[in-house]
Design a protein. Structure first.
Length: 280
């Protein structure tokens, strides 16, 4: 004779139904993430094709090195395709669609790819500094558009913030190389593009600094100042002394911002256990 009561049997059935619904919910969530990833990869293809078309036109009309253009498009495609893998991680992108904001960020990467191609081909860059500055301005303007679209559409996510940050970092690195290779200032300007990557190396070798950082508007302002200053250095009709001053000021502000964050991370490491970093 069984010791279970009718209420126990009902409880078992209820638990089974709950588990079935949970499994179904997880399956639907996974299918949504896969669909979003597929949408993102279509955006990657569109962005890389746009870059390729523009760079071919610049090869024909502006004498850009074909090898530099091909390398820029290849690097853009590899990095963007690699970034889409994060969309399969739970919690990285909760919206059911990839979203207009992320599509704009992907499009912005095409402007960065053009700047990267000229950074690899300094001889062509010297003759087209004003045009490169305009490409950079377009990338900077779109940087404000994608954030506004994400807030309007309700599609802001960890993935979107991370992708936007990576495109910004690549843009600053490309601009700093261009400013140096076109002879505006010395190689010290490369510090602007290399600071963040040096910070990543520090986090890799010093786990004690892997603590969450509080949100700070200072980081955003420093990023915009850095990009705008580097763009100003590419404008041919501005005085050289003004360019040097602007570049030096922006680099000093960026160094100070990173120094503040390092102090904050050091203090937090003394009070809390290590965790995943939130990068400036």
């Amino acid at each position: 004779m069984s010791d279970s009561s009718p209420s126990d049997s009902l409880a078992i059935v209820h638990r089974g139904a709950v588990m079935s619904r949970s499994s179904l919910s997880f399956g639907q969530s996974l299918r949504e993430r896969i669909r979003v990833q597929q949408e993102s990869r279509r955006s990657v293809v569109a962005a890389t094709l746009a870059s390729a078309c523009v760079l071919v036109a610049l090869w024909i009309g502006a004498g850009l090195s074909l090898a530099a253009g091909a390398a820029a498009v290849l690097l853009q495609g590899v990095l963007l395709f690699g970034s889409t893998r994060r969309l399969l991680r739970p919690g990285f992108h909760s919206a059911p669609r990839f979203g207009r904001a992320n599509q704009v960020t992907m499009a912005r990467s095409s402007f960065v790819a053009v700047l990267l191609a000229f950074a690899l081909d300094a001889d062509s860059a010297v003759e087209w500094t004003l045009g490169l500055a305009l490409f950079g301005v377009a990338a900077l303007v779109l940087d404000g558009v994608d954030g506004a679209l994400a807030r309007r559409d309700g599609t802001a996510s960890r993935f979107g913030g991370w992708l936007d940050q990576e495109v910004d970092a690549t843009l600053i690195a490309c601009l700093s190389i261009l400013v140096w290779r076109t002879g505006v200032v010395g190689p010290w300007i490369l510090l602007a593009g290399g600071l963040r990557y040096g910070f990543l190396v520090l986090l890799a070798v010093a786990p004690r600094f892997r603590a969450p950082l509080p949100f700070s508007q200072r980081r955003r302002v420093c990023c915009v100042i850095q990009i705008a200053s580097l763009l100003a250095c590419l404008v041919p009709f501005l005085p050289l002394r003004l360019k040097i001053f602007v570049a030096a000021f922006s680099v000093a502000a960026l160094v100070a911002s990173f120094a503040i964050d390092l102090v904050l991370l050091w203090r937090q490491s003394l009070r809390t256990p290590t965790s995943a970093p939130v990068l400036p």
